[in-house]
Design a protein around this ligand. Sequence first.
Ligand code: PRP
Length: 214
Amino acid sequence: MNSFLTIAMPKGRIFEEALELLRKADFRLPPEFDDSRKLMLEVEQENLRFMLAKPMDVVTYVEHGVADIGIAGKDVMLEEDRDVYELLDLKISACYLAVAGLPDTQLSDVAPKVASKYPNVASSYFREQGEQVEIIKLNGSIELAPLIGLAERIVDIVSTGQTLKENGLVEYGRIAEVTSRLIANPVSYRLKEKRITEIVERLTPVIESLAENK
Ligand code: PRP
């Protein structure tokens, strides 16, 4: 019998869209998936083992090879320079990385502050713009930072734009488009290439047909 292939899945928003995509590609995933608190779930018929991790941690599990493949946002891939292969754009959970702040404000001349969950992305963006800024790393609710005077700008994900709007913030620049990607550990890819390629081949037509029908 084949050994299990382990997939690291991001908990939260991307999880539901990823499950939907897998089911459309005929992966037989039990209903247990939708509301379980278990962090490891095995699907014997498919020889797949799913592990549920924080989106930012999926690349860590895949890089260390405890997960063979995983689903990670392009935002995380841009932020974390990790030794993993990007196999496929799943075209789900589309959003973008943007710079935002209070309306009609300019960056101060001396030591402007930028808050973000993506310090590397933020830092290289402002460097390319020729702006010297101090990056403040936050882990969530980034939109609070300009409201409370911690930072003049934030770098964060914008999906519907609702969070910016409800907090009276505006965009000052778009940094990168983001969708979820299928990633692989390089060693797993070499050793389990056939199984991983099969998964890519099952997903590809579904992704294409969903993109056509958008
Ligand atoms: C993300 C992101 C924004 C929000 C954008 O936060 O950091 O705050 O979603 O979505 P919107 O444009 O549709 O309003 P998330 O809900 O993941 O939580 P966090 O603030 O804890 O990061």
